[in-house]
Design a protein around this ligand. Structure first.
Ligand code: SF4
Length: 460
């Protein structure tokens, strides 16, 4: 199977974690002398690395796979693989393989040859070449997986996974069942890796995980001591591990910008907030998932924060810097949400003034608590109408937020220059477009904002 493959192409969808996983896949395939190509219609091997958190995303990928049917008929030696977080075991269509399976995913598309669990990446030669099953425990797989060096696709930015898995079990989410328990890498391993990339001129790092601010949380919680004499729990002596990690990465020479995602309000301790505000390389932008504005709905979702908790964090961050970027994820409209609760949503957008919201309509995901025990009782029509109203409110909020930048100087890391227009993001995370004035790609420059449209700041 390996031997006939010469070229490969990877199609990556959605989250930053998937992009860093794809860079690991590239690195493994390159080490087996395959060449990466951009043209997936002519590649011997096409890998779809995608998200399956929503049923819709899964259906979309199978639609895309269908487009390759004619190519596969013409060139039967071509291979199509899929990897995503729903895969719990790797399976191959080839009956000769010990990994052969009649798995429902393989049955769903006749052109699919291999469905693989991303953590099996270090074992690819065993699976495809040696054809020998080598079962190991999951944590060992995770350690080996994270040690694979990424083949960075960007010359100035590195996406670094710091943890994976989730212990929260929100009622609508399938991640804890697919990615498993939380697992964090050590600070030493992460900083060693970033140091290595920093020497290759990487300027920006994005620390990623399902739940970055709960990094090493359970280990840290067990460190808390009970004062036998006074019969009370003492405060932790040490900082939250994620705050420590931010401080360590902040010390790395050559790195100029640090970002992270995704994080949750209930794990946002005061010392993490302090680290965000005090580490000069940590950018003034935070994406953390609110999901709903209504405390009753938040309870139904089994989220561990209230709308008030969220507001307090935003207040602390923006009291030091009014330009601090705040973005969030919202699910519209979860089981049983009333019109009144929806109106609260719009009110809350006005109150917080978001810089961006990723709005998704609630859809049932198999195997979750909500799928099993709750009723998805809001009609599609109402969901669409409410989605539009929310989007309109978001646009107004973004316009207000961007007006703060008018006549202000912003620092931009230039990502690309096309037709004399430079484009990249400000420290806060806003897209910024301006004319080229002998600037170079990957340079950090200061420009004055003249005006803005809904999505970008403009220089002239
Ligand atoms: S925090 Fe909730 S929504 Fe996020 S990955 Fe964990 S279970 Fe899913």
């Amino acid at each position: 199977m390996w031997n006939k493959l010469k070229t490969y192409s990877i199609k990556t969808f959605w989250c930053a974690m998937n992009f860093s996983d794809s860079e690991k896949i590239s690195s493994v395939l390159d080490s087996y002398w395959l060449t990466e190509v951009l043209d997936d219609e002519n590649a011997d091997l096409v890998i779809f690395n995608t998200c399956s958190i929503k049923q819709k995303s899964e259906d979309k990928i199978f639609g895309l796979l269908h487009n390759f049917k004619k190519i596969k008929e013409k060139f039967p030696h071509r291979k199509y693989w899929i990897t995503w977080c729903m895969v719990k075991k790797s399976w191959i269509r080839d009956k000769e393989s010990v990994f052969y399976s009649n798995d429902p995913l393989l049955r769903r598309s006749e052109i699919l040859d291999f469905v693989f669990r991303i953590l099996d990446l270090p074992k690819l030669p065993w699976i495809l070449w040696i054809n020998k099953n080598s079962d190991k425990n999951l944590n060992e797989d995770k350690e080996k997986f994270f040690q694979i060096q990424q083949k960075l696709k960007s010359p100035h930015q590195a996406i670094i996974p710091i943890q994976t898995g989730c212990d929260n079990f929100c009622t609508y989410c399938v991640v804890p069942y697919t990615r498993g328990k939380e697992f964090s890498r050590s600070i030493a391993e992460i900083t060693r890796e970033i140091n290595f990339y920093a020497k290759k001129w990487i300027k920006e790092v994005i620390l990623v995980g399902q739940n970055v601010n709960s990094y090493w949380k359970w280990w840290w919680i067990t460190k808390r001591k009970f004062d036998e004499e006074n019969k009370k729990w003492l405060d932790w002596e040490e900082k939250t591990p994620f705050a420590k990690l931010l401080e360590e990465v902040n010390k790395i020479e050559w790195i100029e910008r640090i970002r992270f995602q995704s994080s949750n309000p209930h794990d946002m301790t005061n010392d993490i907030i302090k680290a965000i505000l005090n580490c000069e390389k940590v950018m003034p932008s935070l994406h953390f998932a609110l999901q709903s504005w209504n405390d009753e709905i938040l309870k139904k979702m089994r989220r561990r924060h209230t709308f008030d908790d969220f507001k307090k964090i935003v207040k602390k961050l923006r009291s030091k810097n009014k330009k601090f970027w705040i973005s969030t994820d919202i699910i519209v409209w979860f089981c049983g949400e009333t019109e009144g609760q929806f109106q609260n949503t719009l009110k809350a957008i006005r109150e917080i003034q978001f810089d961006m919201i990723y709005i998704s309509q609630y859809s049932v995901r198999k195997w979750t608590f909500a799928w099993d025990k709750m009723n998805d009782d809001i009609s599609l029509e109402i969901k669409k109408k409410r989605w539009q109203e929310t989007n309109e409110e978001l646009k107004k909020s973004m316009k207000n937020r961007m007006s703060i930048f008018q006549w202000e100087k912003v620092k931009v890391l230039i990502d690309k220059i096309e037709n004399w227009i430079c484009e990249w993001k400000t420290e806060e995370n806003y897209v910024c477009r301006f004319s080229e004035k002998n600037y170079k790609v990957w340079e950090i420059v200061e420009v004055e904002v003249i005006w803005s449209d809904t999505w970008a700041l403009k220089w002239e």
